[in-house]
Design a protein around this ligand. Structure first.
Ligand SMILES: O=C(O)C1=C[C@@H](OP(=O)(O)O)[C@@H](O)[C@H](O)C1
Ligand SMILES: C=C(OP(=O)(O)O)C(=O)O
Length: 429
């Protein structure tokens, strides 16, 4: 930590591949007949769980340096796993694989993760999947382990009670090989990687405003996927550059998918110095993001439609709020309470240790600009949450304060090279 302080951050860099796209490419590769090459996937604790899980179902999944390959005979050749499907810390794997397994209709499986997964609600996916006819049981009707038994499914028309790409995707995975139209209506559009990639692999799927319609029953054929950089990882470098004097970072080949790029809108709202150069792409949009230190940043106010477009970036946006010249607010983000930890409580508790003032709401917070001194001997908590740890490191760098975090290992969940990348970008002032 100490070696990262008192510097500026400059230069060109890239961030690891998009986590959401990597999970989906592994899953759709396993469900499709043929060979799927996945170029520059995220190789991290979470995506390696999906990698192993697809192998357990009988797909041939291998790694060649920075790439993955999935070879499969197609969905009807996948089999029940002989052991528990272990999903580690990954909510995306746990929820999407539940839909995928139910959709195969012949599988007996038990899905379980680590201590944080054991506390994450699964009824949000099991309720609609049960309406489709799936036979799934949960601990206390809510939590993992998820036990799945073979059952025939029927299509479903479902109005989403919350904005969640994981719930939407679990339903779509279950609908892929279920004849008839599975329809999902969203109030605010959540990330659309499943829809885009299912179409690419040959599914009959259409999107009309906030409604997705999937005509199930078609076999899928393999396809190649190039994974752009993860904007949720880039977010830490974006905020670091904006608030650290003299910084100027260009992050190459980052996903610019509209359903994920809410943070760019917020940086613009704040008057931050950000330039986007989009590249030509046949698939997911991507490009370079250049961010420079900005002396005066305006506060931001976010709520409603933008929230799912930046849900994982809210912890690091709180740090941006500390350096703005007025109070910023986050509302409509109650979903943060159901992530790896309750991220509203974690943000408020840990940034308060820097002397930051908050007003906490059930669905967000107001954050006041400025900070004070960290108490001698103060220990910061990781909550075993990658995004909370990286938020704390960026805050400590900007405040030029050495801090101690009880455990930094969860960074490996999404951005294993984070500390090395910061060291490489750091220059003495
Ligand atoms: O579908 C996905 O890949 C994800 C969806 C979001 O979760 P919710 O669906 O719970 O909002 C997000 O927070 C998570 O990091 C990844
Ligand atoms: C919430 C996250 O992931 P997951 O739900 O897959 O654990 C995240 O990456 O911030």
């Amino acid at each position: 930590m100490k070696q990262l302080l008192n510097g500026t951050f400059t230069g060109r860099t890239s961030v690891p591949g998009d986590k959401s796209i990597t999970h989906r490419a592994l899953m759709l590769g396993a469900l499709s007949q043929g060979t799927t090459h996945i170029k520059s996937p995220l190789i991290s604790a979470d995506t390696l769980r999906t990698f192993d899980n697809m192998r357990q179902l009988g797909a041939e999944v291998t790694r060649q340096g920075d790439d993955f390959t999935v070879v499969s005979k197609g969905h009807d050749h996948l089999k029940s796993p002989s052991d528990t499907i272990y999903t580690g810390n990954s909510g995306t794997t746990t929820r999407l694989i539940t839909g995928l397994l139910a959709g195969l209709k012949t599988i007996t499986a038990s899905v379980e993760g680590d201590a944080t997964i054991a506390k994450r609600p699964m009824d949000r996916v099991v309720i609609p999947l049960s309406e489709m006819g799936a036979d799934i049981t949960l601990k206390d009707s809510k939590y993992p382990p998820v036990n799945i038994q073979p059952a025939q499914l029927k299509p479903l028309e479902y109005k989403m009670p919350i904005a969640s790409a994981q719930v939407k995707s679990a339903i779509l995975f279950a609908g892929l090989f279920t004849s008839g139209e599975t329809i999902v209506h969203e109030t605010h559009q959540s990330r659309n990687h499943s829809e885009l990639m299912m179409a690419q692999f040959g599914a009959d799927i259409t999107v009309n405003e906030n409604t997705v319609t999937l005509k199930g029953g078609k076999d899928l054929s393999s396809s190649n996927v190039t994974v752009p950089g993860d904007i949720s990882s880039a977010a830490f470098l974006i905020v670091l550059a904006l608030i650290t004097k003299g910084s100027d970072i260009t992050i190459e080949n980052v996903s610019l998918n509209e359903t994920r790029s809410g943070i760019i809108d917020v940086v613009k709202m704040c008057g931050g110095d950000i330039t986007i150069t989009e590249h030509d792409s046949k698939g997911e949009p991507f490009g370079d993001i250049r961010v420079r230190y900005t002396e005066q940043l305006k506060p931001f106010h976010i709520d409603g439609e933008i929230i799912p477009r930046l849900i994982d970036e809210i912890p690091i946006l709180a740090v941006l709020g500390v350096f703005a010249d007025g109070d910023s607010t986050v509302r409509g983000a109650e979903e943060l309470r159901f992530k790896e930890t309750d991220r509203i409580t974690a943000v408020v508790n840990e940034l308060s240790k820097f002397g930051v003032n908050f007003e906490e709401y059930e669905d967000g917070f107001k954050i006041m600009p400025g900070y004070g001194k960290v108490k001698a001997g103060e220990m910061f908590k990781s909550y075993h949450d990658h995004r909370i740890i990286m938020m704390l490191i960026v805050m400590a760098i900007a405040a030029e304060t050495h801090i101690q975090i009880d455990d930094q290992s969860a960074i490996d969940v999404s951005f294993p090279s984070f500390i090395n990348d910061l060291e490489r970008l750091r220059k003495d002032r």
